[in-house]
Design a protein around this ligand. Structure first.
Ligand code: CA
Ligand code: CA
Ligand code: CA
Length: 364
């Protein structure tokens, strides 16, 4: 209710409106209030910004204002800022925060809606041309200033035809926010302030840093697909397998002449070696890539890695012992090694027993 003429701001008879006036800057053809204001009815406040006037580099001050909705009294202005930028866009507000764009530069500024303290600013690559829209925790911004005309030499006309991206800002460490712009959102990104750390980053061993967000640092002593190297190894193996399949489709190696196991191994050798040489595959994972039925379609690949390594060790030991045995003293072909089992034990009757020692009396 206006104290002077008893007219409400939403009175059915608008003939007495406006019921208050307030001059905040000098105004003029390129100055004054820019676009629409943000109205906070709950708290009776009107937030708005002003255009620069004739000189964008020395704009009419102050440039951000909050008035009492009922009386038009100035509640706060951004007088604490030195040569504060003006605005070329409407002002937006949410409970507690006022958003204002710029006129000569890109930063989006935000102010405490109650007292006008500047809370901060975010650099953006364009001058704001529309009011910031706040949706689900994101601040959506549109750029692109200028004035379309028929004059092809008019700078305002030229810039008005330059496409401008829409930009969305979010609050760091809130859901779906990718603060470091590395393509991974919080909380999947274990360090949303460091683009070198995210689930797709390459894990570097022995540096005490978990680059790929699997909670572990890799060790150069890790076996393939084990320890802190497991996550990176899996991605590397999958990538090399895809390259191998592209260069040497497994289906082409059906065991027929020219398409046997050896032919397949020769074919994929380049893809594997180039990955190892480029540092995108650890040499310890090479054997993983060669476990395939390509070129030997009737073979069954054993699913137990432990058994595969155990058999290889037994076979290697048998060959070494056979080579070391002197000629003519029972040297024989190592043959197929016997697969040991964890539960197998030698028979007690064939076990060599050590004689028990009897306790001796202490020497006097
Ligand atoms: Ca991120
Ligand atoms: Ca690391
Ligand atoms: Ca890691």
């Amino acid at each position: 209710m206006n104290a002077h003429n008893a007219v409400r701001w939403d009175d059915a008879d608008p003939s007495q409106l406006p019921y208050w006036r307030r001059n905040v800057v000098a105004g003029g053809p390129a100055g004054g209030i820019i676009a629409t204001a943000a109205v906070d009815e709950a708290n009776g406040r009107i937030h708005f910004s002003t255009a620069p006037g004739s000189n964008p580099f020395a704009p009419q001050q102050p440039t951000v204002h909050t008035l009492d909705m009922q009386t038009g009294a100035i509640l706060w202005q951004n007088t604490a800022e030195t040569n504060a930028d003006a605005s070329f866009a409407s002002t937006s507000a949410i409970p507690g925060v006022v958003f204002v764009g710029g006129a000569r530069s890109g930063p989006l500024r935000f102010y405490d809606a109650a007292i006008g303290a500047k809370l901060g600013s975010i650099p953006i690559a364009f001058v704001l041309a529309s009011p910031p829209a706040v949706v689900d925790g994101h601040v959506i911004l549109g750029g692109g200033i200028g004035q379309a005309s028929d004059d092809p030499m008019d700078p305002a006309n030229i810039v008005s035809h330059i496409p401008s991206d829409v930009t969305a800002l979010c609050v760091t460490h809130t859901l779906a926010c990718d603060a470091d712009q590395d393509g991974a959102d919080f909380p999947d990104d274990c360090d949303d302030n460091d683009p070198a750390r995210n689930p797709s980053a390459r894990e570097l061993p022995d540096d005490g840093i978990d680059q790929d967000c699997d909670f572990f640092d890799a060790s150069s002593r890790d076996l393939c697909l084990q320890g802190g190297s497991a996550h990176q190894d899996r991605r590397d193996i999958d990538a090399v397998r895809a390259a191998m399949e592209g260069a040497c489709p497994c289906g082409d190696f059906d065991g027929s002449p020219g398409h046997k196991r050896g032919d397949y191994r020769r074919c994929v050798r380049g893809a594997i070696q180039s990955a190892i040489g480029a540092g995108t595959l650890r040499g310890r994972c090479k054997s993983q890539l060669l476990q395939a039925t390509c070129g030997r379609p009737d073979t069954v690949i054993c699913c137990e890695e432990w058994w595969r390594r155990k058999i290889a060790r037994v076979a290697h030991g048998a060959r070494r012992r056979a080579r070391a045995a002197p000629p003519g003293r029972g040297r024989s072909r190592p043959g197929r090694p016997t697969v040991p089992t964890r539960t197998a034990r030698s028979s007690p009757s064939r076990r060599r027993r050590r004689p028990r020692r009897r306790a001796q009396p202490p020497a006097r």
